[in-house]
Design a protein around this ligand. Structure first.
Ligand code: SF4
Length: 179
């Protein structure tokens, strides 16, 4: 029961940015989930570590995000946190609605504190979520490995991975999307 709560989260959204220029390639709609168990020192979004920060996800909010993704110049949806894989009550309805509307014509980027290899060996809904993602930025933020000029990540241990390539090849080296 506790494990299920950790996976589903409390269903809260910390923030939505309808025009982000930094959360992945192109202009994107970014949604920040609320709740993260990792407590990284130097976390870029401490407020969103709390599972009831912000507002609950509603059907209207999902519709708002999908509408924000409609313009041709919006490349896709980015999901950050908080921890997306501890918030399936938010991420799964959102990803489902996004794929239903846009199919593969727009992409989904997700930032997580988990490592890809850990997520790949799960046998629950989190693996199903992973399989819907185009690009995963993985690993906890580590302050002493912080570098100011890394693309889409904060510390050297984090990786920007093209998930379909990883699933097809089982090779992280081949699936690195941006060095
Ligand atoms: S994983 Fe991300 S949101 Fe969670 S504590 Fe670390 S930096 Fe903050």
């Amino acid at each position: 029961m506790i494990a299920e709560r950790i996976i589903q989260g409390s269903g809260y959204v910390a923030k939505i940015e309808t025009h982000s220029f930094v959360d992945g390639e192109g202009v994107r709609c970014s949604l920040y989930v609320s709740g993260c168990p990792f407590r990284c020192s130097g976390c870029y979004n401490v407020a969103a570590q709390h599972f009831r920060y912000g507002e609950p996800l509603t059907d209207a909010l999902v519709a708002e995000v999908i509408a924000a993704c409609e313009p041709d110049y919006i490349a896709g949806l980015s999901i950050l946190g908080g921890e997306p894989f501890c918030n399936l009550a938010v991420t799964m309805p959102l990803i489902h609605a996004f794929r239903e509307r846009f199919g593969e014509t727009k992409d989904i980027w997700v930032w997580t504190g988990y490592q890809l290899e850990y997520l790949m060996q799960l046998h629950d809904e989190r693996l199903k979520m992973l399989e819907q993602i185009d690009v995963l930025v993985d690993g906890m933020f580590i302050q002493k490995l912080y570098r100011p000029n890394l693309a889409y990540r904060g510390s050297l241990n984090q990786r920007v991975i093209h998930v379909p390539t990883y699933i097809a090849t089982q090779s992280v080296a081949r699936a690195i999307y941006v060095e």
